[in-house]
Ligand binder design. Structure first.
Ligand SMILES: Cc1cc2nc3c(=O)[nH]c(=O)nc-3n(C[C@H](O)[C@H](O)[C@H](O)COP(=O)(O)O)c2cc1C
Length: 393
């Protein structure tokens, strides 16, 4: 059996395989409420062959959104919409559902790409809001200066993360991922480039980690045993005076001590003068490999992993436990099925699509002669995980 298709247990959740659909903002919510777009987008990705599908960065309070179109989970209407969405899509496959909880901090109040934005602050006439940050430091002169958060505001926001996590669990998500990366609020607290506080929430590495770790503790405390907790780590600031991979290892140990079940080792943009090298295939895999080797935490690798054989090699070489893809799944929403074909694994097709299974028609092997053939006797007995009856004709 290919390693990519071996089950993986994270916390109270056993994933049917090690392929993750990485969280992807869709900028398509209305007042933070999921729409038909989310049903189509996430419903389609349930039939992708992935074992874990993590819904996009979801704000824990209104000011935590990146744009007006971001998902939110701070009120009943948002919870009801996600509850309905989960109930509809969960029967589509054996994939498990997660959600990423987030706060944009100083990168909030931005114009959405759906409105042809290029990542700049909204002007007041487009409904700009006051952003928050560890310190009153703007990203650059195109961005508004955030309000430095008071200790009361930090305490209140910690509670908001926990409340959103409770809402997510009630909605039916089993994996809760905290967004600690990509230049958003928790990352802004972690980095000395953006956190210039002199109180208990700044200064030393312990001070800068305090708020993100309090969020982790608060969310952990509300998660039932059947769920799992993840954290997206920013492995480096790509800046000589910013966080380095060594700092990410210290954070990872602290996350492990607080019961985080897995980390995804990413690295996004915190400051405009970051010196980010051009992305190459698997460029962030060494981050996952180091955290896995040094801390023993379950590690997901993400970033320019596009080829099933590349994904399989990352796992068999012990560099990561899970493989997350974002753009790869937008490009090919059946990536997991196609990876199964390449690796000779019997994938989980819904009955409506069984005729497209590579062994059931010649088309796939004509285009991909390198794909392995699966024992089709086994296919006849495969369980139907879809909740639908098998077709009769
Ligand atoms: C459309 C889009 C939206 C994204 N939104 C999020 C997000 O909500 N949260 C997050 O942590 N990363 C987000 N990312 C980053 C991806 O999850 C992933 O880390 C990154 O794209 C690198 O993986 P890839 O090379 O497979 O695309 C987004 C990426 C894309 C392409």
């Amino acid at each position: 059996m290919a390693k990519l298709f071996e089950p993986l247990t994270i916390g109270g959740v056993t994933l049917p395989n090690r392929i993750q659909v990485s969280p992807m903002c869709q900028y398509s919510a209305v007042e933070g409420v999921a729409q038909d777009w989310h049903l189509i987008h996430l419903g389609g990705l349930m039939m992708s062959g992935a074992g874990l599908l993590i819904a996009e960065a979801t704000a824990v309070e209104p000011a935590g959104r990146i744009t007006h179109g971001c998902l939110g989970l701070w009120n009943d209407a948002q919870e009801a919409a996600l509850t309905d969405l989960v109930a509809r899509i969960r029967p589509l496959s054996s994939a498990r559902l997660g959600i990423q909880l987030s706060h944009a901090g100083r990168r909030g109040s931005a114009r959405s790409i759906a409105d042809r934005g290029r990542g700049e602050s909204l002007p007041p006439e487009e409904g700009a809001w006051t952003t928050k940050g560890p310190s009153a430091l703007a990203y650059n002169d195109q961005w508004a200066v955030p309000e430095a958060m008071s200790v009361e505001a930090i305490t209140q926001l910690t509670r908001a993360f926990a409340e959103s996590a409770s809402r997510a669990v009630r909605a039916g998500f089993e994996v809760i991922e905290i967004h600690g990366a990509h230049g958003y609020l928790l990352h802004q607290f972690l980095s000395p480039r953006t956190n210039h506080r002199t109180d208990a929430y700044g200064g030393s590495p312990e001070g800068r980690m305090r708020f993100p770790l309090e969020v982790v503790e608060a969310v952990r405390a509300v998660l039932p045993a059947h769920c799992a907790l993840g954290f997206r780590v920013n492995s480096t600031d790509w800046h000589p005076e910013g966080l380095k991979l060594d700092d990410a290892m210290v954070l990872a140990e602290a996350l492990k001590a607080r019961g985080v079940d897995y980390v995804t080792m990413s690295a996004g943009n915190l400051v405009p003068d970051a010196q980010i090298p051009p992305a190459s295939p698997g460029h962030q895999v060494p981050f996952a490999a180091r955290v896995k080797a040094e801390t023993g935490l379950t590690a997901a690798a993400v970033g320019m992993i596009t080829d099933p054989l590349q994904a399989e090699a990352i796992l068999t070489e012990g560099q990561a436990d899970m493989i997350a893809l974002a753009r790869g799944f937008l490009d090919d929403p059946r990536w997991g099925w196609h990876a199964a074909a390449m690796l000779g694994v019997d994938a989980d097709y819904p009955p409506q699509y069984l005729r497209a299974r590579p062994n059931n028609w010649r088309g796939y092997h004509r285009v991909h002669p390198e794909a392995k053939r699966v024992d089709s006797a086994k296919q006849a007995d495969r369980p139907n995980n879809s909740g639908w009856d098998r077709p009769t004709g």
